[in-house]
Write a protein that binds this ligand. Structure first.
Ligand code: ASP
Length: 459
């Protein structure tokens, strides 16, 4: 079905030569952004499959088209007139169409949307129209085929994605097509009802399409030049991470560092397809490559010991002390049972011979705090039991730490120089990360010091 020269790998009958490119809302917020997107696509003939988001914010207090659509649906659901709100959305698209000098009318589409919202104001249907319309405009502008996501992205009736069905629907639908623009964010259930992913879900669509066409790479174009080593609100002008593995990404994302929808990882990871985060406004930047462990890392130019640092506030530590705790059979089980009965999961549990500390999300602990304390007193009869709040957890993540001696010592030297008290230490068996707990007030300084120690001093 593909006629491609220079094919290096052939998997399941698909050639690994095409690129799937997803553009986020800010990349398609107005006509000027559309022009940048078209230039990017046209500069590489491998960029054949395009997944757009709905128009995002053009300036900081602008409203995303998706949010405007949710509002229309809400008004429609309450029986309030929404025609002005819908007209404002149409204006956004018409601004793009005229800015691109195109001859295109969305009158018919908008009258269908209006009728549908009046008859059945369904939230997912309403929100999906942002991507649907943007894809129509982009497809026409590029001269590409439009493929409706409702025909290819399939959910079960509970709203879970059916990956196998989806992959085969995509393959059947694009058979013989040289290119396609496929709207992000939505699909349909097996009963034919429009269903969206959670917010930011166009990332997921892109990943699924990349899986289905066995793409060489999944390029995710956004408004930043990749993942940063640390939060730019804390570290001034941090480096961009050149290459990160899926596992490292998960560690950092869990700590709140996020550019990509969480569910966008699985479909490409399982197919061994790398993701490249790119900046539509700076296409010359290489961005961040997200890869599997078997990637050829020698292609990377920089090689710091650590890949990234991220921190998260809002944790509490339940501290339990009891003489001879280490000799008491089942002590840990009893403690964990109390947590289990109260529906609490824990983040970390460092322990000593007579002490045990359990780090828990404060917000989850709050409703059952007194009950948990009472049950622990009863179950394990501790000598001392107290909760310390206001703890931040910081993860220093890096695949190279495993083979580099002295990493943990450097983390602690950085803390000691800054006179930051470390309340908790945890190094997983994978040696992929070092977790430390500090007081919330110390978190920004802790991150800056570690950045200096590992990034600035290794330059
Ligand atoms: N337009 C949707 C949102 O605003 C989906 C996306 O942009 O990925 O969440």
């Amino acid at each position: 079905m593909y006629i491609v020269t220079n094919v290096s790998i052939i998997k399941e009958g698909f050639t690994m030569a095409d690129k799937v490119v997803k553009f986020g809302g800010s990349s398609l917020a107005d006509a000027d952004q559309f022009k940048k997107v078209a230039a990017i696509i046209n500069s590489d003939p491998k960029r054949k499959f395009v997944v757009p988001s709905a128009p995002g914010k053009r300036f900081s207090n602008d409203v995303k088209v998706t949010d405007m659509l949710y509002k229309c649906c809400e008004l429609a659901g309450s029986g309030i007139d929404f025609t002005n709100d819908l007209a404002a959305i149409k204006e956004r698209y018409n601004g793009i169409i005229s800015g691109l000098g195109m001859d295109m009318s969305l009158d018919e589409e908008f009258s269908i949307i209006e009728k549908e919202l009046k008859a059945r104001p369904a939230k997912d249907y309403a929100a999906s129209r942002g991507e649907f319309l943007n894809s129509k405009v982009l497809a026409k502008y590029l001269g590409f085929n439009f493929v409706d996501a409702a025909d290819v992205i399939i959910f079960d009736t509970k709203g879970n994605l059916l990956l196998d069905e989806t992959v085969s629907a995509v393959r059947t639908r694009i058979k013989g097509l040289d290119n396609a623009v496929i709207p992000g964010f939505y699909g349909r259930t097996t009963e034919g009802i429009i269903k969206t992913f959670s917010r930011g879900g166009s990332d997921v669509t892109g990943s699924i399409i990349a899986n289905a066409v066995r793409a060489e790479i999944y390029e995710n174009w956004t408004d930043v030049s990749g993942f940063l080593v640390a939060d730019p609100r804390i570290v001034e002008n941090p480096d961009v991470i050149e290459v990160i593995t899926y596992r490292e990404l998960r560690e950092l994302a869990y700590m709140g560092a996020s550019v990509l929808h969480e569910d966008a990882i699985f479909p490409v990871r399982s197919a061994g397809i790398p993701i490249n985060i790119r900046n539509t406004n700076r296409p010359e930047d290489a961005g961040t490559m997200i890869v599997s462990n078997d990637y050829d890392f020698s292609r990377e130019s920089l090689g710091h010991t650590i890949t990234g640092i991220a921190g998260k506030k809002g944790f509490s530590s339940i501290n339990i002390e009891k003489a001879m705790m280490n000799n008491e059979m089942g002590f840990g089980v009893k403690v964990l049972n109390v947590l289990y009965r109260n529906g609490l999961s824990f983040e970390h549990m460092p322990s000593g011979i007579d002490t045990m500390s359990i780090t828990i999300d404060t917000a989850k602990l709050e409703p059952v705090r007194e009950k948990v304390l009472a049950e622990l007193r009863k179950e394990v009869e501790p000598d001392n039991l107290y909760i310390e709040d206001g703890i931040a957890i910081l993860a220093v993540v890096g695949r190279r730490m495993k083979n580099t001696r002295g990493t943990v010592a450097r983390v602690f030297a950085a803390m000691a120089h800054a006179r930051i008290n470390v309340k908790l230490i945890d190094q997983g068996s994978s040696e992929l990360n070092v977790i430390i707990g500090v007081s919330e007030n110390d978190l920004p300084e802790a991150i800056r010091r570690i950045y200096d120690m590992f990034i600035n001093s290794e330059k």
